[in-house]
Design a protein around this ligand. Structure first.
Ligand code: ADP
Ligand code: MG
Length: 707
């Protein structure tokens, strides 16, 4: 057989059969190199040797023990056997047992020493360990300090992963590996070789080695990420977008029952300037504006300009509910302006889809509003001029790149409901120009916000009933969908009460049931991310029509839905949510003429949780909240969410780097990336071949996910 290389399929490695190759493929491991980049999620620190006398019951650790009695095997009930012996260190004695592993009696001889790794059991004065891991111990032959623990899948075991990875490392030893980092970066940051780092991350000889390895991979991630974003930006800049004529907006403004705020006018000006720019670079702009600041009007104005210039415009929302709402709002406006606007969603019927696709292709439809269904290959525009995505933070950078492809040089406008602090926006949306809507439409009422604990429950329930009696509606948001669910949590708190809190987590399903029992006369409904888009849509529509008094939900209601009659927002386990997310949720109420409230329920006593929730009661300014959130929690909340579309569509995750800890490094990674692209804009030089493949992989994730 031909020599294996890093690009060989894992299937050709020893011990990898078809079945396991499939399991590995499901984990995203296809080649030997992928396997090398399958990093341990943790390490057993076996180099830290404990003394028996110090070990507490249940402690897992390493012990160097000398065998003190010859192993004895007994047959237990059935065909089970137990092999037992004692071993000692200077501080005490331990009974060690193995089950159904008779062969161990040949391994353990009195007087030999081993390093054991296992869980200590203490009963009375007896110390014991069952089936510990063990390695022969010689004073002059040190063992590795760290043992890797890999993420597993299917019936793969740690032992198996370690074995095939060591096979991959042999191939690495023979073949070496090219460096994807530029030499300058490597020199300036004293980064160890790729080969050395790969060996060290799988078998670190010391903590310092592990750190050096992690540092390399952090830079690899940041640098390739920066390259991908910069290339996407470059692509936007190259795309020859149509140059629009300046459009008279007075007819457009005349169909609204209000006049635009100064901030809206300014942002609309900025988009007009981009799209009429004579250089033809086109618009790539992000509009940041707080909930309710009136981004939709700005989007509509841009669409109007595109249509008046003879082009088509598309508006894409992350959920069907939102797309429908946009369609309901804007359809009316555009109808008054004589512009044909249609809605295209996953749940549109085949016949509807056919008609709409046809109309788009022929240019009979001016404006299209939809979900990511707009990204499918068979949606073709006759003359695309503008592509808008709403609530951008749910889409992710890579998906946007894909959308850019679809527009083939159309103007790009992105709207984010989370006001992202400028520094972070520069990084996350480095390929976009920024506009802030920093002024609210007049007459907006402040939502009164309170934090309460469990003792307030009864009064709160009374308040819910009071709202309903007055004809108003309530949202209740829970962090979990069902009981005992601990996945899909909205961000983890770094606090000791985490474990406890996990058990007490309110789940929407149980909550709705209980509340219905408590308030049999109220119309209570449930909505969460596991429901089909159509079901969610029905619940939401019904809530909007006022047929539901209380909507118990997960964060699926977070983005954008407008129900002016809703006056009370209750968030359970509020400590679980990011501030920006809470602000977003609070923005669901106070949208009409009625006084509105937001109640944050939390029993968390941790300093961080308390001070975070306090911010919510102190300010209503979304940008201010976002800044505080970034300080207190890092940028996690600004990244694509776990629930909803972003999850399947290539929400991008770093394995080693963290945007929170490495913000400064990321900025510098962008500089290195720009340097590289200056001399090789399409990464066509041989030395950039390897990194090009990685960058293309980023774009690949996303186009696979949406097509
Ligand atoms: P968001 O920025 O959250 O998307 P919307 O565009 O949905 O905000 O606007 C929120 C509400 O404010 C809508 O009901 C909209 O009609 C209204 N609105 C927008 N602009 C103005 C304005 N200039 N004056 C008064 N009301 C406005
Ligand atoms: Mg909106």
């Amino acid at each position: 057989m031909a020599e294996l290389t890093l690009n060989s399929p894992v299937r050709y490695l020893n011990s990898v059969g078809e079945k396991r190759a499939q399991t590995l493929a499901n984990m995203g491991i296809f080649t030997v190199k992928d396997l090398l980049y399958h990093f341990p999620r943790a390490y057993q620190h076996r180099g830290k040797i404990n003394l028996l006398c110090n070990a507490y019951d249940g402690e897992v650790g390493a012990f160097v023990l000398t065998v003190a009695s010859q192993p004895h095997t007994a047959t237990l009930k059935g065909r089970m056997t137990m092999t037992k012996f004692s071993a000692v260190d200077e501080s005490g004695k331990c009974n060690i047992t193995f089950f159904n592993q008779n062969y161990v009696s040949k391994i353990f001889n009195v007087g030999d020493s081993f390093r054991f790794w296992g869980k200590i059991q203490r009963k009375a004065n007896m110390i014991s360990m069952a089936s510990p891991a063990f390695e022969p111990w010689f004073e002059d032959k040190p063992l590795p300090d760290f043992y890797p623990i890999y993420p597993l899948s299917g019936n793969l075991t740690q032992k198996y992963m370690a074995k095939i990875i060591s096979g991959a490392i042999n191939i690495l030893e023979k073949n070496g590996i090219g460096d994807i980092l530029p030499q300058k970066l490597v020199n300036e940051h004293s980064i160890i070789s790729a080969k050395g780092a790969l060996k060290a991350i799988h078998n670190p000889q010391s903590y310092a080695m592990l750190e050096s390895a992690r540092k390399r991979f952090m830079w690899e991630e940041l640098y390739t990420f920066a390259l991908a974003i910069s290339m996407s930006k470059q692509k936007n800049r190259e795309a020859h977008a149509p140059i629009f004529q300046k459009t008279d907006l007075s007819e457009f403004y005349s169909v609204f029952p209000f006049s635009p705020t100064n901030a809206q006018r300014r942002v609309i000006e900025e988009t007009q300037r981009d799209m009429t720019d004579k250089k033809g670079i086109g618009m790539s702009r992000l509009i940041c504006g707080d909930v309710g600041s009136g981004k939709t009007l700005c989007a509509a104005a841009a669409m109007y300009m595109a249509v008046k210039n003879g082009y088509q415009a598309a508006l894409m929302a992350p959920t069907e509910i939102l797309a429908t709402q946009h369609y309901n709002d804007l359809g009316v406006i555009f109808a008054k302006l004589g512009i044909r606007c249609e809605l295209l969603c996953g749940s549109s019927t085949a016949a509807q889809k056919r008609v709409i696709k046809n109309g788009l292709k022929k240019g009979e439809i001016n404006c299209i509003i939809g979900t990511h269904a707009l990204l499918t290959k068979d949606v073709e525009f006759s003359n695309p001029g503008l592509i808008i995505t709403d609530e951008q933070h749910r889409f992710g950078v890579m998906q946007r790149a894909c959308l850019g492809d679809k527009g083939k040089g159309a103007h790009i406008l992105v709207m984010s409901a989370t006001p992202i602090p400028r520094t972070l926006a520069l990084i996350m949306y480095g390929d976009l120009d920024l506009s802030y809507i920093d002024e609210m439409p007049p007459g907006r009422k402040k939502v009164s916000t309170f934090t309460v604990d469990e003792s307030y429950r009864q009064r709160m329930n009374g308040f819910i009933e009071k709202q309903a009696a007055e004809g108003r509606q309530t949202y209740i948001v829970c962090p979990a969908i069902e009981a005992e669910e601990d996945e899909g949590l909205v961000g983890m708190d770094f606090e000791p009460e985490k474990e406890k809190a996990l058990q007490k987590l309110k789940n929407a399903t149980g909550y709705a049931d209980n509340l219905q029992k408590l308030m049999p006369d109220l119309r209570i409904s449930l909505m969460h991310g596991k429901m089909k888009a159509k079901e969610k849509d029905e619940v939401m529509q019904s809530f909007a029509r006022g047929e539901i008094d209380v909507l118990v939900s997960t964060t699926v209601i977070e983005v954008g839905v407008n129900v002016p009659n809703a006056t009370l927002m209750i968030v359970e386990n509020a400590e679980r949510f990011g501030l920006s997310q809470l602000h977003q949720l609070r923005g669901r109420v106070g949208r009409g003429q009625y006084k509105s409230w937001c109640i944050l329920v939390s029993d968390a006593k941790g300093q961080n949780a308390v001070s975070r929730l306090k911010v919510m009661t102190e300010t209503n300014d979304g940008l201010e909240i976002a800044k505080r959130d970034l300080e207190l929690r890092g940028p996690g909340d600004f990244m694509p969410d776990r629930e909803g579309v972003a999850r399947q569509s290539g929400g991008f995750e770093f394995k080693v780097a963290s945007l929170c800890d490495n913000t400064a490094d990321l900025e510098s990674a962008f500089e290195y990336a720009l340097d590289t692209l200056k001399s090789d804009p399409r990464l066509q030089k041989p030395e950039n071949y390897a990194v090009k493949r990685v960058v293309e992989g980023y774009f690949g994730i996303i186009s696979n996910a949406v097509n």
